[in-house]
Design a protein around this ligand. Sequence first.
Ligand code: FES
Ligand code: FES
Length: 159
Amino acid sequence: MALHEIHVTINGEPEQVAVPANMTLMRMLREKLALTGTKNGCSAGECGACTVLLNGEPVNSCMVLAVECDGARIVTVEGLASEERLAPVQEAILRQGGVQCGFCTPGILISAHALLQRNPNPGEDEIREALVGNLCRCTGYVRIIESVKEAARMQSAAG
Ligand code: FES
Ligand code: FES
């Protein structure tokens, strides 16, 4: 199949990638760029394990074609931490015990990070709504919700 050259910014770095027309953004990240933090749970838009930010909005990357992303800004779980420290939601989920098998965790972190960027002080209902597309088979969600609350407190304490 013919390849298409696309230009994207991934985690702040410009990338040029050659992709077949039928390759999803999820497969491009994992197979072309070795960014395997983005997980393949269902390949059908159901589980949220593949969530990334596309131009600032959380999307299921298994439902987006890579060729549609020409010129886009993409942030994956690998891009949440700075060189010095984890993002607040990453620190909080570790402290709160919100990770068990960890398969859902990258997608949860991206969705939670996006929520906290648009609403630094979300209520529990807003947190649950933001994570409704992210399925977790292990934790029962309580510790994940507590993690997002703690991350919001950390962010507001940091000003
Ligand atoms: S792998 Fe994309 S939603 Fe499940
Ligand atoms: S921690 Fe295992 S699926 Fe969420």
